[in-house]
Design a protein. Structure first.
Length: 68
């Protein structure tokens, strides 16, 4: 599938959310990994959609790529 590697995050969360995140990470690390992957993918797509490179996307296109 994908070529992957481990990364470490150090983030600050409100205490209640941090406690829940730690619990999920301990009990279901695969789910936690998928949540982070989904979030980063959404951010990348959003940033790509918001880029203003002087070219507008064709009608009916996704991420500026013509469908056909």
């Amino acid at each position: 599938m994908w070529n992957t590697r481990s990364v470490q995050f150090d983030i600050r969360l409100p205490k209640e959310i941090a406690t829940e995140a730690e619990k999920v990470l301990r009990t279901d690390p695969d789910f936690f990994s998928r949540v982070i992957q989904y979030s980063l993918t959404r951010r990348a797509v959003y940033q790509r959609l918001c880029e203003d490179d002087g070219q507008s996307a064709a009608p009916g296109s996704v991420l500026g790529l013509a469908q056909g």
